[in-house]
Each structure stands twice: as structure tokens, then as C-alpha cells.
Design a protein around this ligand. Sequence first.
Ligand SMILES: Cc1cc2nc3c(=O)[nH]c(=O)nc-3n(C[C@H](O)[C@H](O)[C@H](O)COP(=O)(O)OP(=O)(O)OC[C@H]3O[C@@H](n4cnc5c(N)ncnc54)[C@H](O)[C@@H]3O)c2cc1C
Length: 420
Amino acid sequence: MGQLKNGTYQVSTKGFKGDIDLAVTIKDEQIAKIDILKEEETPNIGGKALTALVQTAQGRNDFNVDGISGASYTSKAFNQALTLAKIAAQDEKQEATLTLNDGQYTTTVNSFQEHEGLPGVGKMTMLATFKDNKITDIEVPEYTDTHIMGGMAFDILAKKAIAKQSTDLDVVTGASVSSNAFRQALDNCILQAGGQPEIFAARKIKQRTPIVENLNTDIVVIGAGMAGLCAAIEATDQGAKVLICEAQEINGSSSTRSEGFVMGAGTKEQAKHGIEDTTDAFFEDIYSLYKDEPTIDTKLMRKLTHDSTDLNNFLMENGVTWSGVTHVSEKGVRNLKRAHTTAGLGAELIENLVQSAQEKGVDLRYGLAVDRLITLNGQVQGVVARNKLGDTLIIHASSVIVAAGSYTENPEMVKELNLV
Ligand SMILES: Cc1cc2nc3c(=O)[nH]c(=O)nc-3n(C[C@H](O)[C@H](O)[C@H](O)COP(=O)(O)OP(=O)(O)OC[C@H]3O[C@@H](n4cnc5c(N)ncnc54)[C@H](O)[C@@H]3O)c2cc1C
């Protein structure tokens, strides 16, 4: 390592939530000053830790300070940034330190695991293969993460790391714990191979120029939650060509994260367990609970309850297997066993429906967010959507089904509408 040249070096690394940009001033071989130019960490955790890390690094002239408990990703990103600043100040050719020893390396790190519907700590194991100083293969053969969220994020990140030959990987929205586990594991494998993860993180590959593409289909469905997938499957069954635009890169909908209770009456699963029930009784019970609500739509409630047997059959025809039927409360009319359950909760329901939709030919596109509807003379004619590369897709369709979920995913609307 050479001597450090005086100067201010701007460096950027990935923190827990977004980029951490620092300006590190070096004078007479010492850290003279560290300015935080940008950061998006959680204010009370990572944000607070950053301020403390800056003070420690400045005070001790230390390029690798001890991590702060509870903010390990932020601490790691901070130290990576300092290493990058040091490398820049040494004025050595970065490519010279890119060397990786050929071979396959493995590591196991903490990751995500759901326990009784709550997030918890699990494990993931990575196998990374390097050849001729390149990342040639990344596999995650074992993990506790939810298959259609964390598992999908691992695939996405592996493809990106190999394509970019970089560890400068954004967190996959909705799977941040799994994404950070992936980044940690890849860094570990690079270290084992004699490489420096910081150098790989600094290799930002130029993005291609976004394109504009025109597509035609019969029906566009916005959102791949329970509503969107069911609508897409039904439309496909009726002979339509269907494209689903799903904003997230993984199945991160409320449906996936839900308990997966599907209410229904007069179903085969109830009959299997000797439960006698009718859709009329279902309506009367629900009505008795909500009849005093000022915005109640009795017609819709009647449809919801009366169609529940058919919906239940539809789900079973599309791969759903019930693990049983239970009540949602032991009190009053909710004590009746109408809540159909799956062993894998909402994630299992969605996994079954995604598989069925894709087998039936639904064009399900992840990471494609609809920006606006195309209208002509007051009629909807399609949508304009944008993918993660910034490409614009103009999708012409005779019908658009909006199944983008409720306002609960919009913090500003939650604040506005939930006054309590
Ligand atoms: C923790 C939890 C537990 C729950 N448990 C139950 C339960 O047991 N039983 C029950 O009946 N209900 C339950 N609910 C409620 C239930 O999950 C929701 O009512 C239901 O999932 C809504 O389904 P949906 O398809 O309408 O929307 P969502 O499942 O929210 O799907 C909407 C999809 O649209 C996508 N999207 C949004 N905007 C765009 C855009 N511009 N372009 C493209 N895509 C977009 C989103 O990314 C999302 O994937 C629960 C909810 C939560 C959060």
C-alpha cells in the first residue's frame, strides 16, 4: 500500500436502505474530516450510528472502526467507504487488487425466517464460483427465507452480480433482509478467494440507455396479488391474452404476507370436516356484524358471500390445497369454521396461483410498475409502465383490470385516511 495523498475523496457504498455517500478529506496521512453527503438509513438506528462512526473514525484516524451493535450493515458500509477513500488516496490502480483465486467458495450467514407469521432470524448458504477474476456462478442451495420473496431475490441478485461483475447491488424491495444476507455472503466468498469486496462494490457498470417499447395484449392486469392473479387466470381460462404488470421484482404483495385465511361457505373442505354451512347463513352472519356501518354495500356483500363457494373451488382447481378450516374468533358468529387455511399461509396461496397463471400462459412481468392509464375519448386503452432499467412499455389493451391493492401501502394516504 502506498502513501496517502492529500485531498477530498468522494465515495459511495450501499447501506441498509440506500447509498451512503461520504466526502473523506485526508491531510498529512490522517483523516482530517468526514462529511456525510447522502444517506437513507433508519434515522434512529443506522442514521444515529453513522454520526457516531464518523466521530470515531475522525478522532482515532481509523479506516476500520468497530461496528455498532444493531447497525451492522450501516457500520460495514461505512468501513467499506473508508477503504474506498483510502484506495483512492493511495492512487494505485484498482484493477491490480481485483485478483480472485479460482474455485468454489461457500459461506452461511444469517437471513430471514418467518416464525408464526412474524419475521425472525434464519440462515442462507451461498456457493460462489470464481474463474479468471470473474464471478461465474452464484447458487443459494439452502435458505430459510420465503421461497417466492427471499428466494426470488437471491436469483435476481445472483443474475445482477454476474452481469455487472460487481457487488454494487441494490436491495430488492420487499426482501431487504434476504438481500443484505446475499450481499454479506458474496463479500465473504470474495474474501475467501483473496479478493477485496470493497473493490468489487466500486465497480459500477454503465447502464444501457433506456428504450421505449410498444406491446399489444387483450387484457392488462395491474398487480400480482390474490385479486390480480385470480382475475388473470379467469380471463385466460376464458380465452384472453393476459399480461400482468407487477411493480415489485418479487411476490411481495399483501396477499403473500397475509395469514392466507380464505373465508367461504358451502365448500368441499367444510364438508370434509363435517361442517354444515350455506352462503345465505354466511351473508346473514357478516351482515349482522356490519349492518350499522354507514358505507356498507349490501349488494357487494351478498356477491362476496354467495360467490365464496365458487371462489373456493376455483382456488382448488388452480393448485391450492387446504390444510384445514378454522374460525377467526371464538366469539359470536365468527366462531363458525369458514376460514380456509394453507400450511404455508398467504405465500403458499400466491405461489400456487403464480404457478397456475404461468402454466396457463399468463405473461407475468415482475419489476414493471404502471405509471398511468392510456385513455382515448374517455375510454381506457392500455397502460404506460416502467421497468427497473428505466425502459418505458406502452401496452395497448382492450381492458385493464386494476388490482393494485389498497391504500395501506401508501404511508401518506394511511396518514390522511386513518385519523386515529
Ligand atoms: C399481515 C397481514 C395479514 C392478513 N391476513 C389476511 C387473512 O388471513 N385473510 C384475508 O382475507 N385477508 C388478510 N389480509 C388482508 C389481505 O392480505 C388483503 O386484503 C389482500 O391481500 C389484498 O389483495 P390484493 O390482490 O387486492 O392486493 P395486494 O395483495 O396488495 O396486491 C397488490 C399488488 O399490486 C402491486 N402494485 C401496486 N401498484 C402497482 C403499480 N402501479 N403497477 C404494478 N403493480 C402494482 C403491488 O406490488 C402488489 O403486489 C392480511 C393483510 C396483512 C398485511
